[in-house]
Write a protein that binds this ligand. Structure first.
Ligand SMILES: Cc1ncc(COP(=O)(O)O)c(C=O)c1O
Length: 372
């Protein structure tokens, strides 16, 4: 069972304050249609759009726009998917086979290892170290490599911690993968969400021939409802295998989604900057909140993205705290049990406009129930 998604299926749409979402504030269709400044023309184009099948690889214009995020890749190196999730599934089920060994950075989004496990792929966890700012140890990675190891799954910027590799660490990871002839599957769905431009690293697929870079419009760009994601790679062989797999899942993207995605990407920086502004302001507030309540909470401040992982010092059962908070104040935090990572942390999301209201409700709960 996909723990995070089941938890949200129950609570996300029934509680007023979603304080742990990983997607930044969404845009309306009309905002997207006016993103390039030609609303009337774009609206007419949208209304005239035929609801036919689209190119399986993705609308050529969409692929071209996605290619702008890569220095060394072209449209032909990209395969679009229905969200990042389909890309992960296609890789896990279409490329990996029984007996393969996968090493995954941990904690992480569950689908980065779960489908592989279901297909009898052996999984090892490359642990992030909380007391070192969630850094991983490269020796611990090398120690886990075996003769049947095929892939290293990495998620940077990371869900749930907001940890992000430096370029030096990225190059070290690539060196290890190259030495052992391993694929790197890099989930980069929070890329572009770096708070400081200096922290942005190149996509893995630009730097290593056996890397796959996973991207999506859902997170910093705030368009999860479009369900437009992609995998970019220099490896034509892997891309062809993924395309063959996709014929059994969605065949092609939704035509209206592709149309809107093209409008969004025609001026993506516009969307990104609005959301980064929201994130920065919310982060500032949350940092104040954490320092005010340092006896209750601690965290390592994230470097990028819309989420962070907070440790609670007042309970060994954060899940019960989260459920009680939903019931009493309608605020949804995500307990670390949904990550199979103990019961002391929760995920906070600070990409939404109503963050302050949710935080106030959390403050009320603290005053009424924890600081008596
Ligand atoms: C790390 C990571 N990868 C992939 C996904 C899936 O993205 P999407 O919902 O856009 O398919 C998520 C969603 O939360 C995520 O956090």
């Amino acid at each position: 069972m996909f723990e995070i998604e089941r938890f949200y299926a129950k609570h996300e749409f029934n509680a007023p304050y979603m304080l742990s979402g990983s997607d930044a504030e969404s845009f309306t269709i009309s905002e997207i249609l006016s993103n390039s400044g030609e609303y009337d023309e774009n609206l007419q184009g949208f209304l005239d759009l035929k609801l036919s099948y689209t190119e399986s690889q993705g609308n050529p214009l969409l692929l071209e726009q996605i290619a702008q995020f890569y220095e060394n890749l072209e449209s032909e190196n990209i395969l679009s998917f229905s969200g990042a999730e389909e890309g992960i599934f296609a890789f896990m089920a279409g490329i990996l086979t029984e007996g393969d060994h996968l090493i995954v950075q941990f904690p992480c989004y569950q689908s980065l290892f779960e489908v592989a496990k279901a297909n009898k792929v052996e999984v090892s966890y490359w642990k992030m170290h909380e007391n070192e700012g969630w850094k991983m140890n490269f020796k611990e990675l090398e120690d886990q490599i075996k003769t049947n190891t095929r892939v290293i799954m990495i998620n940077t910027p990371n869900n749930p911690t907001g940890f992000h590799l430096t370029q030096k660490e990225q190059l070290e990871l690539i060196r290890i993968a190259r030495n052992h002839d391993l694929i790197i599957f890099a989930d980069e769905v929070y890329r572009l969400g770096e708070y400081d431009q200096k922290d942005r690293i190149p996509p893995f697929a630009d730097l290593y021939s056996h890397a796959l870079s996973l991207g999506v419009l859902s997170k910093p760009l705030g368009l999860p409802g479009l369900r437009i994601g992609w995998i970019a790679t220099q490896s034509k062989e892997i891309l062809d295998q993924l395309a063959i797999f996709k014929d059994y899942t969605t065949i092609c993207n939704s035509a209206p989604s592709e149309y809107l995605a093209i409008q969004a990407l025609s001026n993506y920086n516009n969307l990104l900057q609005r959301n980064l502004q929201i994130i920065r302001e919310n982060l500032k507030e949350f940092k104040k909140f954490i320092s005010k309540h340092s006896s209750l909470f601690s965290w390592t401040e994230p470097k990028a993205g819309t989420i962070g992982f907070v440790k609670c010092h007042f309970t060994e059962d954060v899940e019960s705290f989260c459920l009680d908070l939903i019931q009493k104040k309608g605020v949804v935090l995500l307990p670390s049990t949904t990550y199979f990572f103990g019961n002391k942390h929760f995920r906070i999301g600070f990409g939404r406009k109503n963050f302050t209201e949710g935080l106030q409700k959390l403050e009320e709960y603290i005053q009424e129930h924890l600081l008596q």
